[in-house]
Design a protein around this ligand. Structure first.
Ligand code: GLN
Length: 491
């Protein structure tokens, strides 16, 4: 059972081959067995999960089941979930039990999905390796000496090790795509505004976007169908007609062939900066697309190289503002001893936040301060516009852009912790997509030294269904996405 993906599990539930309670128990058992080693989950609450599963079975018996009814899912601990500890990977929220559900959670609950637990993540989603979590690093199931990527590393490790059939992630600068690449998963960051941010703890609000992490494009489509919605409680949510993201996948008649698809290959993705081994796998994947009938065009994104510097001004600026709410007064961590109110704020924040979060708050307040605002923040916003324009120009001559997701495969735990800039460069290929607000995916494209690599697909605004179709076609003719980490899986 655990080797099955969401769409197959959904059929098994529909055919009454297994109940949601049985399926949920199966995954809870695997979590109990493997989580002590992998540290993918911060919170599991079997009783709560099984009660949800029972309700899902009832819903099915009453004839009200949808495709996700009874499917157990892992939720990144950035989503407020009523009654669940919701920590965002931080000591600051280490005691925070959410009194309400994020829209994403609300929608999964309404669809009858079961929450298996809350997954580990970089503190406030700041990081690329999961090592900034207050709850300790997550191990990569492909090689437990390595990081799973971040910030959605717990979700990625959980799905890769089959502790959950699929999970949610969030992506501010690459946090769905990079861990998906490092753990051999399919991950999708939707167009900014497609998934509601309500109840999703804010890091950098103009960049944050939630999306699915699963094994196949088909499963990502199923999850996105539930996640995507207009939500008046999120002022940047887009009021668009509800789409069926699976529409171009399953039925042979609508599973669009790729003949004539124009793949843009930006020269900036294929120069220096990427490991030779990863590049060879990415090129082989593009070769496979050519065999499937696609053609390639060389394009350029001239301002790409400015994306990391611009991001590390804009994201910390927004973070410094968003994180000012954590003051130890209403909820969250409060220092045990202090002299007066100001001392209480200072001590609570000093003890409640980790080093990377503090670094971002310092950078953010600096670039927003009088005298530096024009030189840094405004400049970064201008660069952001230029990057969006580069993509708009590129999409005049191609339908999809491809390249590596991450410049390397999973690195060793501890390898980059001493050098934040090295860590920031993990996202050189993903960050520009967030700055432009475009949808992007990562799909498995092979292995080097036993570690997986990801191919990145970037589409124009609202092209999620097309991207999923392009990914699905590749997954029908390759089996990289079906490989699993034997050491953990077979036990
Ligand atoms: N690694 C990037 C950062 O640290 C992106 C994180 C994310 O997408 N949440 O900011």
């Amino acid at each position: 059972m655990i080797e099955l993906n969401v769409s197959t599990l959904s059929q098994a539930l529909a055919a009454n081959k297994i109940s949601s309670v049985e399926l949920t128990q199966l995954y809870l058992d695997r979590i109990a067995q493997h989580n002590p080693n992998l540290n993918a989950f911060i919170t599991v609450d079997p009783e709560r999960s099984l009660a949800q599963a029972k309700a899902a079975d009832k819903q099915r018996a009453a004839g009200h089941a949808g495709p996700l009814t009874g499917i157990p899912l892992a939720q990144k601990d950035i989503f407020c979930s009523k009654g669940w500890l919701t920590t965002c990977g931080s000591r600051m929220l280490g005691n925070f039990v959410s009194p309400y559900d994020a829209t994403v959670i609300e929608r999964f609950n309404a669809a009858g999905a079961v929450t298996l637990g809350k997954t580990n993540m970089d503190e406030f989603a700041m990081g690329s390796s999961n090592e900034t979590s207050f709850f300790g690093p997550v191990k990569n199931p492909w090689n437990t000496a390595c990081v799973p990527g971040g910030s959605s590393g717990g979700s990625a490790a959980a799905v890769a090790a089959r502790l959950a059939p699929a999970a949610t992630g969030t992506d501010t600068g690459g946090s769905i795509r990079q861990p998906a690449a490092l753990c051999n998963l399919t991950g999708l960051k939707p167009t900014y505004g497609v998934v509601s941010r309500y109840g999703m703890i804010a890091f950098a609000s103009s960049l944050d976007q939630a999306g699915p992490m699963a094994r196949t494009a088909e499963d990502c489509a199923l999850l996105l169908n539930t996640m995507a919605s207009y939500d008046e409680r999120d002022s940047t949510s887009l009021d668009r007609p509800q789409e069926d993201y699976s529409r171009d996948l399953s039925a042979p008649a609508t599973n669009k062939p790729l003949a004539g698809l124009r793949i843009g290959l930006p020269q900036e993705f294929f120069g220096e900066g990427c490991s030779r081994e990863v590049m060879a796998l990415v090129e082989a994947a593009i070769g496979e697309y050519r065999k499937l009938g696609a053609e390639t065009v060389e394009i350029s994104l001239p301002n790409m190289k400015l994306s990391v510097p611009a991001y590390y001004v804009i994201a910390p600026a927004e973070a410094s503002s968003n994180l000012s709410r954590f003051d130890g007064v209403r909820y969250g961590y409060r220092a045990a001893e202090y002299n007066d109110l100001n001392d209480m704020y200072a001590k609570s924040r000093n003890q409640g936040f980790g080093a990377e979060v503090k670094r971002r708050i310092l950078i953010g307040t600096y670039v927003l301060s009088h005298g530096y605002y024009d030189a840094y923040y405004l400049q970064a916003q201008r660069i952001r516009r230029l990057i969006a324009r580069d993509f708009a120009d590129a999409f005049k001559c191609c339908d999809v852009i491809m390249g590596p997701t991450s410049p390397s495969t999973a690195f060793k735990i501890g390898e980059k912790t001493a050098d934040p800039v090295q860590m920031y460069l993990s996202d050189i290929y993903t960050i520009a997509v967030n700055l432009a607000g475009l949808p992007g995916m990562s799909i498995p494209c092979g292995f080097t030294d036993g570690l997986p690599a990801g191919l990145q697909l970037i589409g124009d605004y609202f092209s999620e269904a097309r991207l999923l179709n392009i990914a699905h076609r590749y997954q029908q003719s390759t089996d990289w996405h079906q490989q699993h980490p034997t050491a953990v899986f077979d036990q």
